[in-house]
Design a protein around this ligand. Structure first.
Ligand code: KG4
Ligand code: ZN
Length: 336
């Protein structure tokens, strides 16, 4: 048996988890700062770092207490090295180093996006080759994995991430922060009243969302000039249908070309109810590729997913030293 204690603090969640053999969650504590950041309409980095500092010790203690194991049983300390907010990451990195030093445990630095992919281990054994659609507030990527711990980014956004587009469109529609869940909810009551252009990209598997966001903004301004009132539910619905149509069409093209055994969805936007409805329907076209949707509790940031990825990293010889630092722009392992 292998026990990993993992720490995640890349954005606005202070989290610690203890996971057995990469897939059995013994404890998973997440302290969200969302109520504070909602007041500002988005994550304020300086505020986020300060709250991480205040909460991290209690979160770690609770994760250990609830796990039913002791520090003696822990085989390694995994932590999110990046990508994320530098100040936020730094708090988790320092906490992980302190624990590793105090209890003499190996340190395993983990890429946050690999964590999102490996969250799917909590629902299914992963089979390779595998395609991951990684959709979060900072990333929109198609990652092809020939094997375990082998990551090849075959497509990504050329501008905004899809979660970022949800958050920005939510703001202009007056729906607040975080935008994803707000648009997801109100779009259910809307219809295809407005026409928005499908974004164009150069690469076959690339994404682009900034043009769509601008199109929403221009449409609002145009209607305002005409003295017309915007139907928020309809516009949220049209934005979501257009964004998800680009996302799913590129993903299906990639599945058609790479023929993976499995397609996994990963990241905060994986919580989107419309995307979770569309993908199983569309993937009927490729019955030989198994679709895995992560459970809601591990779509948004948590430390259990970092432990799941950390366990694989540990087996593959990934080790951190006391010199290793937070890296806000960290790329996937093997990415140039
Ligand atoms: O993975 P995550 O928690 O943090 C990052 O690593 O970025 O993702 C956060 C993003 C936010 O942009 C949020 O609006 C989006 O995920 N999100 C959603 C939904 N829930 C969260 N987007 C669309 N629909 C949702 N239900
Ligand atoms: Zn995330």
């Amino acid at each position: 048996m292998r026990h990993i204690l993992a720490i995640e603090s890349s954005c606005d969640e202070t989290a610690c988890a203890v996971v057995r053999d990469g897939k059995e969650i013994l404890s998973n504590i997440v302290s969200s700062q969302i109520n504070v950041h909602t007041l500002y309409g988005g994550v304020v980095p300086e505020v986020a770092s300060r709250i991480h500092v205040e909460n991290i010790s209690a979160v770690i203690k609770e994760a250990i207490d609830r796990s039913g194991v002791t520090m003696e049983d822990i085989d390694a300390i995994a932590f999110t090295q990046g990508p994320g907010l530098i100040g936020s990451l730094h708090v988790g990195v320092m906490a992980a180093k302190t624990l590793a030093w105090q209890f003499d445990k190996p340190l395993v630095p983990v890429n946050h996006m690999c964590g999102h992919i490996y969250a799917n281990r909590f629902v299914s054994e992963l089979t390779f080759p595998l395609m991951a659609l990684v959709v979060s507030g900072g990333h929109t990527q198609l990652v092809f994995m020939e094997d375990e711990w082998d990551f090849k980014v075959i497509g990504e956004t050329t501008d905004d991430a899809i979660g970022e587009a949800y958050d920005k469109v939510s703001r202009v529609l007056g729906l607040g922060y975080p935008g994803g869940p707000a648009i997801d909810k109100i779009a259910r009551q809307g219809s295809l009243r407005y026409k928005l252009p499908l974004p164009k990209t150069h690469g076959r598997f690339d994404f682009s969302f900034s043009g769509l966001k601008t199109a929403v903004l221009q449409l609002i301004q145009r209607e305002e000039r005409k003295g017309e009132e915007i139907n928020v539910a309809d516009l949220a619905h049209c934005f979501q249908e257009t964004a998800l149509s680009l996302l799913t069409s590129r993903t299906l093209d990639a599945v058609g070309e790479y023929k993976p055994k499995m397609l996994v969805l990963a990241g905060g936007v994986a919580a989107n109810s419309r995307l979770r409805e569309l993908l199983p329907e569309l993937m009927k076209k490729y019955p030989e590729t198994k679709l895995v949707l992560p459970p809601m509790f591990c779509c948004t940031d948590n430390a259990a997913m970092i432990a799941a990825a950390g366990e694989v990293a540990l087996r593959h010889g990934v080790r951190g030293s006391f010199d290793c630092a937070a890296d806000p722009g960290l790329l996937m392992p093997g990415e140039e």
